[in-house]
Ligand binder design. Structure first.
Ligand code: C5P
Length: 239
């Protein structure tokens, strides 16, 4: 398998064409950005850690009945995925109030929600990923109503799988961001990564943050937190 033309470069990943037109090769970079790239950093091994975490979780999601773009891990920092057209909507699922949701609503971080909240943001670096609703996404032809119904259903299925998965590993899944894509036949599948860059993970015992908030908020210990998340995700669980 050879990398072809660079199709897309994001803040943490590059997407290349592959020798098979139905597939892409995704490369995870060591760069970290926050606040729409106003804050930048990088550390050796970040890409490999996020690649490994994503590559471990995606087959489990597939086994749980969630269709995804993942095919296989190719190297430390690369994976083979199905080529999709990305729906330009970032889908955020929240179990607990934190981050922008807590701030916007004047809630203390950690405030319980009586059911999960699904939010949608328009995927636009230039605009800083503004919050939108499904009417907006439909009216601007980013996706159809049927596709968005499926996106919401899959996002909640991902949440239903991941929440107990992480809790068994001593981690509270506070919130996370997903992206979805469409195959040529129109099937909606899960794409992109699931990693400490895209989730909030709090240690179930101590409440300690084990995710990108350590970088965003200059809390220190970022590398250790990512490494510990990889360890917990991949370690066997008792019982
Ligand atoms: O900042 P906010 O509270 O809206 O983030 C919610 C969740 O979505 C967090 O887990 C964050 O890491 C993730 N997120 C992301 N990419 C973005 C915005 C948020 O992965 N562009």
């Amino acid at each position: 398998i050879h990398r072809g033309e660079l199709k897309y470069e994001g803040k943490a990943k590059r997407v290349y064409a592959s020798s098979n037109p139905a597939e892409y090769i995704v490369e995870y970079k060591d760069e970290a950005t926050a606040f729409n790239a106003q804050k930048r950093g990088e550390w050796a091994g970040k890409g490999a850690t996020n690649n490994a975490i994503t590559a471990h979780l995606y087959p489990k999601l597939e086994a749980a009945g969630i269709p995804t773009h993942f095919i296989e891990k190719l190297s430390d920092t690369e994976q083979r995925v199905k080529a999709v057209t990305i729906i330009p909507v970032e889908v955020i699922v929240r179990n607990v109030a934190a981050g922008s949701f807590a701030k916007k609503l004047g809630l203390e971080e950690g405030t319980a929600l009586s059911r999960p909240v699904v939010e949608y943001c328009y995927k636009s670096d230039a605009l800083g990923d503004p919050l939108v609703n499904t009417d907006t996404a439909i009216a601007l032809d980013w996706a159809t109503e049927t596709e968005l119904t499926r996106v919401r259903e899959l996002a909640l299925n991902v949440r239903d799988f991941l929440t107990p998965f992480f809790l068994e590993r001593g981690v509270k899944l506070i919130d996370f961001k997903l992206e979805f894509g469409k195959l040529p036949d129109g099937t909606v599948i899960l794409a992109d990564e699931i990693s400490p860059d895209t989730c909030r993970f709090w240690d179930a015992e101590t409440g300690e943050k084990m995710d990108k908030d350590r970088f965003r908020r200059d809390l220190g210990g970022v590398e250790d937190a990512y490494a510990e998340m990889l360890r917990r995700v991949t370690a066997p669980v008792d019982g």
